[in-house]
Ligand binder design. Structure first.
Ligand code: SF4
Length: 501
């Protein structure tokens, strides 16, 4: 696409969008190892595996129960997918409509090509409000652009108010799950973090969920009452009226969205939906898929500014940060359908064993494996499309029917093609495949190779080969091989048919 969604070039606040050519923001998290290295480390952490196994099994069971209640679940999934596909086809039109509606109702729309621009816009708005602190609703888009760090560098303290995000922030940690960012922490660990970091917490604090929640509530209440700026993401934005929507479970979001005088929402451009009618579909799909609830506990919506009621300065920052590049890929754009429910994480056997940190990306699990490489460029997250067994559980669970396994294969192919173009010499994998192709193209060569492979039986134990010498050791480092049979198929066939005419 030559321009940002085909729209004319323009400026920032309230102006038309510009081409997405500037450097993108946070990609593979700084200092993170590639997935195979980080996963190996995570697998050695038995406490992490216990925490993850328990949490994902609980959420899976809850989801399965509430999904089974709906006879039209499959039709709802189809509807969700169709709405998203239609929106992506005409994303330019819906974004322009959203912008016009938000501004007609007293809000201001800003367009950010990348993380740097988005952070500069938000920092400028907080400064303009004369604030040095802000309260935040849980938002992965702001994690994606590294907003908290950018604000801190400008002398502005951003306080996370979602309980799990608060645990992550106080623990100087990183989220490891889209919906349950502190899924890798158990109650005892959370109690320790609160005692160490909150300062004003009762030293007799226990690790009962009620006591921990009360400690967080008291800590946050002071922040809510003093903050003059709130920062949020958005789950949906309705183009036909300019209404923004945040769904959450704790009520902290509603405090952030209603108490401060200035409200700044950072939203990925793919979150727009055409109409209220469409919202009805997603408000059925999302809570069942994410928390296993029939209905979301707190669904907040606001449309521009209401004089004398709630925030009087309402800003919407529309974030590209690699999304138009994903949109330009006819197959890859499916990743933009995602409604961040996290169902694919909870069913993924890889995620369940490694946790989110191993992905080195703000979007972990199967959706991270297909979204992050597209947002950052494949070279920045090249190991992620391979972080899957392609079992297909994510596709079955996805409420908008994103075909994640096919996307993974598509991105692997793109990675191989790009690597081939960038390299003059063929890779070891390409040489191996060319050799295999040469061997298999001739029956004589193939039979000779089979006979040679039988010598590998000497390396087997219990019918499996667990370690091959270099360079084949790269294969057996992560998996074993069945030992070659004592007899090839052809030898077996000849012995079976020896006496027949
Ligand atoms: S890809 Fe599908 S299942 Fe995974 S988080 Fe997104 S919407 Fe949910």
């Amino acid at each position: 696409m030559s321009t940002f969604l085909g729209l004319p070039a323009g400026g920032s606040a309230g102006s038309s969008p510009r081409p997405s050519t500037a450097p993108r923001g946070v990609g593979h998290l700084r200092g993170s190892d590639p997935f195979p290295v980080a996963a190996r480390r995570a697998l050695a952490d038995s406490q992490l595996r216990r925490n993850l196994g328990k949490a994902t099994a609980t959420i899976r069971a809850k989801r399965a129960a509430v999904v089974a209640e709906l006879p039209d679940w499959e039709q709802l999934r189809e509807a969700g997918r169709a709405i998203k596909a239609e929106t992506m086809r005409h994303l330019d039109r819906y974004l322009e409509q959203l912008e016009a509606q938000v501004e007609a109702r007293g809000g201001t729309v800003h367009w950010a090509r990348d993380a740097t621009e988005a952070n500069a816009i938000v920092t400028g708005l907080v400064r303009a409000a004369g604030a040095t602190e802000a309260v935040k609703v849980k938002s992965i888009a702001t994690d994606e652009i590294g907003l908290n760090d950018a604000l801190a560098a400008a002398g502005i303290a951003a306080h996370e108010t979602d309980l799990a995000e608060l645990i992550v922030q106080l623990g100087h940690d990183r989220p490891s799950h889209i919906l349950v960012p502190a899924i890798h922490r158990n109650r005892a660990e959370i109690r320790e973090i609160f005692l160490r970091e909150m300062g004003d917490v009762d030293p007799a604090l226990t690790d009962s969920p009620a006591a921990l929640a009360e400690a967080a509530r008291l800590h946050l209440r002071r922040k809510f009452l003093s903050a003059t700026v709130g920062i949020s993401g958005a789950n949906f934005a309705i183009a036909e009226t300019g209404t923004l929507c945040v769904v959450e479970s704790e009520g902290n979001g509603r405090m952030c969205l209603t108490l401060p005088q200035t409200l700044i929402t950072v939203m990925g451009i793919e979150k727009v939906i055409p109409s209220w009618r469409d919202l009805g579909v997603f408000l059925q799909l999302l809570p069942r898929s994410s928390t296993g609830e029939r209905m979301n506990p707190y669904t907040s919506m606001w449309t521009g500014v209401t004089p004398g009621d709630g925030p009087q300065n309402v800003h919407l920052v529309l974030l590209d940060n690699g999304r138009t590049a994903a949109l330009a890929d006819a197959t890859g754009r499916q990743a933009l359908y995602c409604i961040r429910c996290s169902a694919c994480l909870n069913v993924c056997p890889v995620y369940e064993r490694t946790g989110g940190h191993a992905y080195g990306s703000v979007y972990p699990g199967p959706i991270g494996a297909v979204l992050s490489p597209q947002l950052t460029g494949i070279e920045d997250n090249a190991s992620l499309p391979y972080a899957s067994s392609l079992c297909g559980a994510c596709y079955d669970a996805c409420p908008v029917k994103i075909d994640i396994p096919s996307l993974l294969v598509h991105l692997r192919a793109r990675h191989v093609d790009e690597a081939r173009r960038a390299r003059r010499l063929p890779s070891a994998e390409a040489v191996t495949m060319a050799a295999a192709s040469w061997v298999m193209a001739d029956p004589g060569r193939y039979a000779a190779a089979q006979r040679a492979a039988k010598s590998g039986r000497a390396l087997s134990r219990g019918g499996r080969i667990r370690a091959l010498p270099p360079p084949l050791s790269a294969w057996t480092r992560a998996r074993d091989l069945p030992a070659p049979p004592a007899m090839t198929f052809r030898e077996w066939w000849r012995s079976e048919h020896r006496d027949r005419p």
